[in-house]
Design a protein around this ligand. Structure first.
Ligand SMILES: NC(=O)c1ccc[n+]([C@@H]2O[C@H](COP(=O)([O-])OP(=O)(O)OC[C@H]3O[C@@H](n4cnc5c(N)ncnc54)[C@H](O)[C@@H]3O)[C@@H](O)[C@H]2O)c1
Length: 306
């Protein structure tokens, strides 16, 4: 089955929105991506250009075997239309909401688009917020569901699809088809806190923070456990990549719906309160300079010693 989708809209050009726009354009979809200010839009476009440049570079190093040259890069970029005006989203066949992990912010965006007359398929990239509750903000709740891309979007081959209680069979089938057209493997889940993936993964990350917090391991040692677990990246570094604010927000949803054993660790909360959100803010568990680690955050070291 074909999804029938040609024109894609992405709301939010942060870590995830920029990756989603890049993937949609790479698969030939005409893509509008909207964020709140020209500065943020430019930062997101730079992330996309840098990501494509890395692919061109690896193509060069592979003596052209990857089949991705500068012409292909420019072709992809020409399909991405960045903007700050929400009105540019209204002619899209599907909208992918990828704003901050905050229920109020997401509902405001969804209700505003609905109020402006948008009436086609709308999906949320939320990591944990109830799809059924978010659907309540959309006048066409049968056309709403979850499409949870993984970070980094251009690299991860899977995408979790979440059916809300009100999602119609037609919407579900269309989004499954669209997911395949994006060259992502659909992973199907129902609407419960954290869905399937974060229900399993966030407790693992939270436990890694407790291991550091309690002095069982340093950040570096906790990260070295990948050598035994077979993961590509250690849990502490993963937290800095995912964003400590995003992780905390997901952990809070898990705690609220599933109980106190999902309570986020204090160290995670303190770092977020201190503005240490991970790579995107230059520090999290580690300090980051030009995308590279520059040592453990001294605040984390001090906290451990107590
Ligand atoms: N970070 C991850 O690893 C990850 C993985 C899977 C899913 N997610 C989910 O993706 C979503 C986005 O996360 P992120 O990591 O990209 O966050 P981010 O902070 O990097 O980006 C969020 C973007 O949303 C924009 N925004 C906020 N309000 C807006 C509005 N009203 N209109 C348009 N843009 C608005 C912000 O300016 C920012 O650019 C969240 O729901 C998160 O849970 C994140």
């Amino acid at each position: 089955m074909s999804s029938g989708i040609r024109k894609v809209g992405v709301i939010g050009i942060g870590l995830m929105g920029s990756g989603i726009a890049q993937v949609a354009a790479t698969q030939g979809f005409d893509t509008v991506v909207v964020d709140v200010s020209p500065d943020i839009v430019e930062r997101g476009m730079k992330r996309i250009r840098d990501s494509l440049e890395r692919i061109v570079e690896s193509h060069r190093k592979s003596s052209g075997e990857r089949g991705f040259d500068a012409t292909r890069r420019d072709q992809i970029l020409s399909l991405i239309h960045p903007a700050v005006e929400r009105g540019k989203l209204l002619d899209r066949d599907i909208l992918i909401e990828a704003v901050v992990e905050n229920e109020g912010a997401k509902k405001e965006v969804i209700a505003a688009l609905s109020g402006m007359g948008y009436r086609r398929t709308l999906v949320s990239n939320t990591s944990s917020i109830s799809i059924t509750r978010l659907a309540g903000a959309y006048s066409f709740s049968d056309k709403f569901m979850g499409m949870h891309f993984m970070n980094p979007v251009p690299v991860q081959p899977g995408c979790e699809l979440i059916r809300g209680f009100l999602t119609s069979e037609e919407t579900w089938q269309r989004v499954v088809a669209f997911c395949k057209e994006l060259a992502k493997e659909p992973i199907l889940a129902e609407d419960k806190a954290g869905f399937g993936i974060n229900r399993m993964f966030i407790p693992f990350l939270a436990e890694a923070v407790k291991v550091v917090e309690e002095g069982v391991m340093s950040c570096e040692e906790a990260d070295k456990t990948t050598l035994c677990l077979g993961h590509k990246m250690g849990p502490i570094t993963t937290l800095d990549y995912v964003g400590l604010d995003t992780t905390l927000a997901i952990a809070e949803v898990l705690e609220e719906e599933l109980g106190p054993c999902y309570r986020p660790p204090v160290l995670l909360r303190r770092l977020v309160e201190a503005g240490a959100a991970g790579i995107k803010s230059g520090k999290g568990f580690y300090l980051w300079e030009g995308g590279k680690k520059a040592g453990v955050n001294p605040a984390v070291e001090r906290y451990r010693r107590k």
